[in-house]
Design a protein around this ligand. Structure first.
Ligand code: NAD
Length: 284
């Protein structure tokens, strides 16, 4: 997409900005004329990305699961760039995978809820307290279609992402009078380090091969047959953060290649075939 300067002069914080969706979003903010603070725990990748983006970017080591880190992050953005217009609460973890609920020890329940949900609440509150004093802003939270499309595995993740949706809508109602818009993005399956079903992360040289193996399985449920990309989510972030979305708040924007639009299983076809077989066998 050719940048249009949609975020000219705006200052953004992107959590989980060192990799994946967050990194693509930090790049998009700068490409659209904004400045960005990349917040993450991956110092190496975070610093490298900030260096590549130049003077419009800073890296700030932040554990989003620590309230004090989130407060300091907002202060840092304002000190460095003199403002804060966009807060992208994006960092998240899946927790360990256990395909069936009865086998899941739920060992990482508190950690997942803190990093995925409490962080969004702290980030929203600290950002909004600042934004309220200066005429508004845009807050965007990353949820997931895992919150909309119930299914197997990662129950703590699903619950945390569902919590983000209700929180986003509720706080949008509360913060509207300060011209603070709060929306969420629900990505579908995007091949990132998180979506490799491996914890801790896979060696980088194996990553592309694994994603190639996973791709056809991911696409079974997806009407649009192009795999999702981090940039697809970054495009939605740019839109929601820009003045083009100035009358949109409390919404969940789904970017999933159509996965939640409906099942790709053509049940009618299967039923018609079964009916024809049945009638044929009966000789009618
Ligand atoms: N990839 C997908 O298929 C998908 C689908 C739906 C939703 N999401 C959501 O998108 C968001 C970004 O995920 P991604 O796919 O880009 O994954 P990713 O693993 O590529 O990026 C996540 C980033 O968050 C950082 N992070 C993790 N814990 C942190 C912490 N405590 N403090 C600060 N940073 C931390 C990681 O270091 C990493 O850089 C997550 O909230 C995820 O739940 C992803």
């Amino acid at each position: 997409m050719t940048p249009r300067g949609d975020l000219e002069g705006k200052v953004a914080v992107v959590t989980g900005g060192a990799k994946g969706i967050g990194a693509a979003s930090a790049e998009a903010v700068v490409a659209e004329g904004g400045r960005v603070v990349i917040a993450d725990l991956d110092d190496e990748q975070g610093r490298a990305l900030a260096a590549r983006l130049g003077d419009a970017a800073r890296y700030r080591r932040t554990d989003v699961g620590e309230r004090e880190d989130m407060r300091a992050l907002i202060d840092f953005a304002v000190e460095e760039f003199g403002s804060l217009d966009i807060m992208f609460n994006n960092a998240g973890i899946t927790g360990a995978f256990h395909n069936r609920f009865l086998d899941d020890p739920l060992d990482d329940l508190e950690r997942v809820l803190r990093i995925n949900l409490a962080s969004v609440m702290w980030g929203t509150q600290y950002a909004a307290r600042y934004m309220a004093t200066r005429g508004g802003g845009a807050i965007v939270n990353t949820t997931s279609i895992a919150a909309l499309d119930p299914g197997f595995a990662i129950p703590a993740y699903r619950a945390s992402k569902a919590g983000i949706i209700n929180f986003t809508r509720s706080v949008a109602v509360d913060l509207g009078e300060y011209a603070i818009r709060v929306n969420a993005i629900a990505p579908g399956g995007i091949p990132t380090s998180m979506n490799s079903f491996v914890e801790p992360g896979l060696p980088p040289d194996m990553f592309a091969d694994l994603q190639a193996q996973l791709e056809p399985i991911r696409l079974i449920k997806q009407p649009l047959k192009r795999p999702g990309k981090p940039a697809d989510i970054a495009n939605m972030l740019v839109f929601l953060a820009s003045d083009r979305a100035s009358h949109i708040t409390g919404q969940v924007m789904v970017v999933d290649g159509g996965v939640t639009a409906g099942s790709t299983l053509n049940q009618t076809e299967l039923l018609r075939e079964a009916r024809a077989r049945f009638l044929n066998e009966r000789g009618d």
